[in-house]
Design a protein around this ligand. Structure first.
Ligand SMILES: [Ca+2]
Length: 447
């Protein structure tokens, strides 16, 4: 509240004008003018004293009002100062708070950056280590492949030298005597001098198969084919039913509640062969995984893999023999025969059991497949620190990558040389020669 005092500019007779202003309101007072005191004046008496007291009261009120006004102003000034002080304090506190927050953010950011840098450095170091290890492994693998190739080339040279020595010995002993390999108990071998064309006609001449390798006499105990059975376990069963034509037939695999289509090579003299593998033109991809080799694939009338499980069940239900037939790109053929043949279970990784070998290099023949487990690129069960199926391709009983792989990559004519991952049988055409055609087949053991 504000108050103004004005003293009247014009005095009425014997009175003095006082004006007060409070806000928008103004008040006017007329106060009697004090007369100089005269003790002798008979007019001064009680009336004069009363007027004087009233004037003093008004002056006191005015003075009080003035003091109050000063006090209010002082209070207002103090309030304003306090407000400014509070504002300054808040400003200072806000500034300090912001500064503190910035400091905290900077510290956290610095810590996170430092941590990130440290992790990045560690990751980089680990990546470098992994890269170095990968490079070392790759180099070692390449070195191993190179050494293996060199070893195979050396083996191939030794094989050629051995063949030349055999040839020399043959000439030294005279042309009327058979070559040494045949004297060592091999099955009749198709040599280049007696090679017919086409070569597979030789395989159809199965009367050779049933003859004793030493005497050339007919094998004893070869049952004649008959037609009194209706559920066929294998091609020999079909042959016994009276069928004597080569072709695709249906058999029921023992212990498996399903049938299989197979190609049968009928031989009325010596039973019939159930074909379990055939390569002849590269129309079927043999780069398969474990499951495919387990179940079989391809076409029985063409390129075909009967399946490890079926062969395991067949060879577990009866005694079987195994024959492998091979042909190179010049029409040369060769055979490998195993009198005893059995395939282990999937828990044994379809380990192959062969014995009673006859074929080229008879002293070493059993070793080429003997007791090796089956491997594919996704199931490494070989005896090498490497993965032979990845290096050699296909699925096979590799050992330490071994001396054979009839399921390798099919290379066409002109591309079949210097290949370690082709269709290979080291005893026939060496370690880097990829063959033109192969056939694997089995039949019950003839005593
Ligand atoms: Ca291995």
């Amino acid at each position: 509240m504000t108050t103004a005092q004005k003293k009247g500019q014009q005095a009425l007779k014997g009175k003095v004008q006082y004006q007060f202003k409070n806000g928008q309101c103004s008040y006017t007072f007329w106060v009697p003018e004090l007369q100089p005191c005269s003790p002798e004046s008979p007019t001064l008496g009680p009336s004069y004293s009363t007027q004087k007291n009233q004037s003093l009261t008004i002056q006191m009120r005015l003075l009080f009002t003035h003091q109050m006004e000063k006090l209010e102003n002082a209070l207002r000034n103090s309030t304003q100062r306090l407000e400014k002080l509070e504002e300054n304090i808040q400003t200072i506190l806000r500034t300090e708070l912001q500064q503190a927050q910035q400091n905290i953010v900077q510290k956290h950011t610095g810590f996170i950056l430092e941590l990130g840098t440290s992790l990045l450095a560690q990751t980089t170091a680990q990546t470098l280590k992994l890269t170095n290890m990968e490079a070392q492994v790759l180099n070692q693998t390449l070195n191993m492949e190179k050494q293996m190739l060199e070893m195979m080339q050396t083996t191939e040279k030794l094989g050629k030298q051995m063949q030349e020595q055999n040839h020399t010995l043959h000439h030294l002993h005279g042309h009327n005597r058979p070559p040494p390999l045949l004297l060592l108990g091999a099955q009749p071998m198709i040599t280049s001098s007696s090679r017919p064309t086409p070569a597979w006609l030789i395989f159809s001449s199965l009367h050779l198969l049933t003859r004793d390798p030493h005497t050339g006499e007919q094998e004893a105990g070869s049952p004649p084919c008959r037609a009194d059975e209706h559920v066929f376990q294998d091609c020999e069963d079909i042959c016994r039913s009276g069928v004597n034509q080569d072709g695709v037939y249906t058999i029921r695999i023992p212990n498996l509640n399903k049938t299989k289509r197979v190609f049968c090579v009928m031989d009325t003299d010596g039973g019939a062969w159930t074909v379990i593998q055939r390569r002849e033109n590269g129309t079927v991809n043999f780069q398969r995984n474990w499951q495919d080799y387990k179940q079989g694939f391809g076409h029985p009338a063409g390129e075909h893999w009967l399946g490890n499980e079926a062969v395991h069940q067949l060879t577990s239900s009866a005694k079987y023999s195994l024959r492998l037939e091979m042909e190179d790109w010049d029409g040369n053929t060769s055979q490998a025969n195993f009198k005893h043949f059995q395939l282990g279970s999937k828990e044994e990784f379809y380990k192959i059991f062969v014995n009673g070998y006859s074929g080229e290099m008879p002293q070493l023949g059993n070793v080429i497949l003997w007791n090796n487990t089956f491997s594919t690129h996704d199931a490494d069960h070989d005896n090498c620190g490497c993965n032979c199926a990845q290096i050699m391709s296909g699925g096979w009983w590799f050992d330490s990558c071994g001396g054979s792989n009839l399921n390798g990559i099919y290379y066409p004519a002109g591309q079949h040389l210097h290949k370690i991952n082709g269709i290979r049988w080291n005893f026939f055409r060496g370690t880097t020669y990829s063959l033109r055609a192969t056939r694997m087949m089995m039949r019950p053991l003839h005593s």
